[in-house]
Design a protein around this ligand. Structure first.
Ligand code: GAL
Length: 551
């Protein structure tokens, strides 16, 4: 009996190996490196594209973490212009606008499921019937700024039209309305294919002159290679340009500076979409090739490129290997569109791909802030999880580029006073964006919440110009000890009681950071306004914290 199992096992292994070889051969014949495909699935979504280290997105106004309000946490899909204007008024009346909360952000569901006759997004025809441009003017007239939302996919998370493929037109619409904050979600996102088309030739047309460069005119880099196919006019085509593994480089001659019609002549293959970057000197153009039906062998795909008189270098490649590569390119595309559309105005760009693709490694190049986690909810355990995810990312934050552990839930759900206070303190210490998520109109009757979110000293710590995110310099089962270095050389210290019950902690050398100025003697606890000195014992209720600045 056992013998038969062994035979079956061996047969299965042989079937698997033969199957694998056939699959690899098919891939190879389609111009795809089979090992690159396997690697793509084995690699955790990590960026493989090289992002130049010092190239930060500079299209936004985020030298300090953005501050404002968003409709999502409380109102979800139930928003209209009346609510937004009442909120804007409440921000002003409560003094929150003066405290720094300037953005009024309409999250999902501000818009109609129908684009207008010119293909532009438009506000919900009933709930925002006066138009978003009118609303934006009203918001600005109160000294505030409007923020809008879309998704890096075909639809938003509430299944309304989104901006993938419409980056330019949507960015222009937002800029025309004077939008100053833009949140870009990740729902209905499709990964850019890692596969490149098989290229038979490129054609350049300027005026009446058409020049054709066949595959064998290209210099090959990396794994790129030339394959033969007698059914093609030239008999040759370029393959292995995908998965960031190969490049084909053409040197072309152009008669004059300016626009040029670029045609990519491909050999059709495979019922899957393909992607190619056409780099012309230092500009990049993207081409998407749909999955092909093989009635004929070749296909022609076109784009307009900018060339200069004389010699030009055209490189063809597909740099996408992982999901992170794809997200980076897609978010960068929107960042560039926003920057171009805004001209000398600023649009702060908030990337929201829920921390899926390690955005801290690339998002600073595409936008100003990036969500590092799934959505926040007003539940202490979950807020604590988000805090723990974000606290590790201190090295990635700085002026103009921030980790975003999501909008505030202060004043929402059943958080205790201490939890609300600690949530706010942790977000301030972590230099997180302070985007309120509560019903601002109710604040006059909720003094405690209002006091927390308008605490000037805490806001000053968050908005400190040095732009440092706090680090956790000590951790015990009961307490977390955090330190944020401030621009004037002082340090903000936060001691957070993670337990449900009241605990005591001593302000001692061991519990204070080494960076603390040596002569710090008297310090003021920010929430209680009480004097603190070395040797004092702090009593902290469950989930409470103490924050003080040592000069
Ligand atoms: C989620 C996002 C939320 C909110 C929501 C709207 O993906 O994380 O913050 O914007 O979509 O549908």
């Amino acid at each position: 009996m056992f013998k038969y199992f062994i035979y079956i096992f061996i047969i299965l292994i042989i079937v698997f190996i033969v199957g694998f070889c056939v699959w690899a051969l098919i891939k190879k014949k389609s111009g795809i490196c089979p090992f690159c495909v396997i690697k793509q699935y084995m690699l955790k979504s990590k960026l493989t594209i090289k992002v130049s280290e010092n190239e930060f997105y500079d299209g936004g106004d985020a030298q300090t973490p953005p501050m404002g309000w968003s409709s999502w946490n409380t109102f979800r899909n139930n928003i209209d212009e009346k609510l937004i204007l009442e909120t804007a008024d409440a921000l002003v009346k409560t003094g929150l606008a003066d405290a720094g909360y300037k953005y009024v952000n309409l999250d999902d569901c501000w818009h109609s499921s129908m684009r207008d006759d010119n293909g532009r997004l438009q506000g919900d025809l009933v709930r925002f019937s006066s138009g978003i441009d009118w609303l934006a003017d009203e918001i600005r007239s109160k000294g505030l700024k409007i923020g809008l939302y879309s998704s890096n996919g075909d639809y938003t998370c509430e299944d309304l039209p989104a901006s993938s493929g419409n980056e330019k037109i949507d960015a222009e619409t937002f800029a025309r309305w004077g939008v100053e904050y833009f949140k870009y979600d990740f729902c209905h996102n499709t990964k850019i294919p890692s596969v490149a088309p098989l290229v038979e030739a490129i054609e350049l047309k300027q005026g009446n002159s058409i020049k054709t460069y066949s595959a064998d005119k290209a210099k090959l880099e990396g794994m790129a290679k030339i394959s033969k196919d007698k059914n093609l006019k030239t008999g040759k085509y370029l393959s292995f340009l995908g998965h960031g593994k190969g490049k084909a480089v053409f040197e072309v001659d152009c008669a004059s500076d300016g626009d040029c019609d670029f045609t990519l002549c491909i050999k059709k293959c495979g019922r899957y979409e393909k992607y190619l970057v056409v780099q012309v000197n230092d500009r990049f153009y993207e081409m998407f090739i749909p999955f092909t039906k093989s009635w004929t062998t070749g296909g022609r795909y076109q784009t307009k490129i900018q060339v200069k008189k004389g010699k030009n270098v055209i490189k063809l490649f597909n740099p996408v290997c992982t999901r992170a590569d794809s997200s980076y390119i897609q978010y960068k595309r929107m960042g560039v569109a926003l920057k171009n559309a805004a001209g000398d105005k600023k649009i702060t760009f908030s990337i929201c791909e829920w921390g899926r693709n390690k955005p801290e490694k690339w998002a600073w190049n595409a936008g100003n802030l990036w969500r590092i986690s799934p959505d926040i909810i007003p539940n202490w355990r979950w807020i604590n999880v988000l805090y723990n995810m974000n606290i590790r990312l201190a090295e990635y934050a700085g002026p103009g580029h921030w980790n975003d552990p999501d909008m505030l839930e202060v004043g929402n759900g059943n958080l205790t006073y201490e939890e609300n206070k600690t949530h706010f303190s942790l977000w301030c210490m972590m230099a997180a964006p302070l985007i309120l998520g509560n019903d601002i109109r109710k604040l006059p009757d909720d003094k405690k919440t209002l006091d927390i979110i308008s605490n000037k000293k805490m806001i000053a710590i968050n908005q400190d110009m040095a732009g440092m995110q706090c680090v956790r310099y000590k951790k015990t089962p009961t307490f977390d000890f955090l330190m944020k270095q401030l621009a004037d050389g002082s340090v903000a210290i936060c001691i957070y009681n993670k337990k449900k019950n009241t605990k005591k902690v001593r302000i001692s050398k061991e519990n204070c950071p080494a960076e603390m100025p040596e002569n710090s003697r008297k310090m003021k606890e920010i929430w209680t306004n009480s004097e603190l000195s070395f040797g004092d014992i702090l009593t902290l209720k469950g989930h409470d914290c103490a924050v003080f600045v040592a000069k």
